[in-house]
Design a protein around this ligand. Structure first.
Ligand SMILES: Nc1ncnc2c1ncn2[C@@H]1O[C@H](COP(=O)(O)OP(=O)(O)OP(=O)(O)O)[C@@H](O)[C@H]1O
Ligand SMILES: [Mg+2]
Length: 294
């Protein structure tokens, strides 16, 4: 039987209309991507998922870095079966889910080559056909690979939010801009997380540059938004080496505070959406819908 969520997602994938997208689901899908590789997508995805789960939300994190999946390493868990087994019909989605902590599950990806032959057969839809088990999730974070390939575009198209991660080095900024340009063909709003910065000021300065280039070349049709920054910190590097999350090992660090700030923004967005859904009709519904525009 196809899950409720799967039906909604199929509609979602089929539809290009933003109104239709907002109406038909409850799990918020957040895709995290980048132009250049190695800029911190998996680091941010895993720590953000953890912080969101700690705040009481039901969170899933999907390792969709096709062929290079490594979130099992980030979370220090052993996986037996992964998304490839689901695609081959050898396991169900529930078989492969790995509980990480309270409220947080990992949907493991495949780190070998074999999965690449499945990337053109609508991986997303196939996976979601069995995804009723994911109905209970409030948020699903999708850690995609770097560079915007065909299969990644499918995720970026269906997600509620797309976050591009970049770092201050010029090559990464150029690649981030190229990614944003591609995403602008798919959607009207893109968020940016500036990783490995010295401070807020540096993040703002780089963001302003990207925004200026985007406005000049892509136009005002694209809304860019600086979702947040994460400071460069050797505690992040050392946590990864020890296969632990810096939000767990270094709760007093600036990067942890940075992730909390980002999580709060996501949380607020979710709450606004729930408010509107809970009171869709009547005067209060109207007031709530109007409030959404402020
Ligand atoms: N804020 C930070 N401070 C210090 N080091 C960082 C920070 N963020 C990431 N790193 C370093 O960058 C490395 C790459 O990070 P990560 O694996 O998350 O990138 P990625 O974008 O997921 O890479 P890939 O494109 O290969 O999937 C990490 O191993 C870590 O050492
Ligand atoms: Mg990664």
């Amino acid at each position: 039987m196809i899950g409720n969520q799967a039906q909604k997602l199929e509609k979602l994938v089929a539809s290009n209309s933003p109104q239709e997208k907002n109406k038909s689901k409850k799990t918020r899908f957040i895709a995290i991507t980048s132009g250049k590789g190695g800029v911190g997508k998996s680091t941010i995805s895993s720590n953000l998922a953890y912080v969101l789960a700690q705040s009481g939300l039901n969170v899933g994190i999907f390792d969709a870095d096709i062929g290079l999946a490594n979130l099992d390493v980030m979370f220090n868990v052993k996986i037996k079966k992964n998304i490839l087994h689901v695609l081959k019909g050898e396991a169900t989605v529930s078989d492969i889910l790995i509980p990480i902590t309270r409220n947080l599950i990992l949907i493991p990806g495949e780190s070998g080559d074999e999965i690449l032959q499945y990337s053109d057969i609508t991986l997303f839809e196939r996976f979601m056909k069995q995804a009723q088990v994911l109905d209970k999730l409030d948020v699903m974070i999708i850690d995609t690979g770097a560079g915007i390939g065909k299969h990644i575009q499918r995720f970026l198209n269906a997600a509620d939010d797309v976050i591009v991660v970049t770092v201050p080095d010029p090559a990464a900024i150029t690649d981030a801009y190229a990614a944003i340009k591609t995403i602008a063909n798919l959607r009207a709003e893109v968020s940016i997380i500036m990783n490995q910065v010295k401070n807020e000021k540096e993040a703002q300065a780089i963001f302003s540059k990207i925004q200026a280039v985007a406005q000049k070349n892509i136009g005002l049709g694209l809304k860019l938004n600086l979702l947040g920054k994460v400071n460069f910190d050797l505690k992040v590097t050392s946590s990864i080496k020890k296969r632990s999350l810096f939000c767990v090992t270094h709760p007093d660090s600036t990067p942890h505070k940075d992730i909390i700030t980002i999580a709060n923004k996501i949380f607020a967005k979710l709450e606004r959406n729930m408010l509107v859904k809970a009171n869709e009709s009547g005067l209060s519904g109207l007031v709530n819908r109007m409030m959404e525009h402020f």
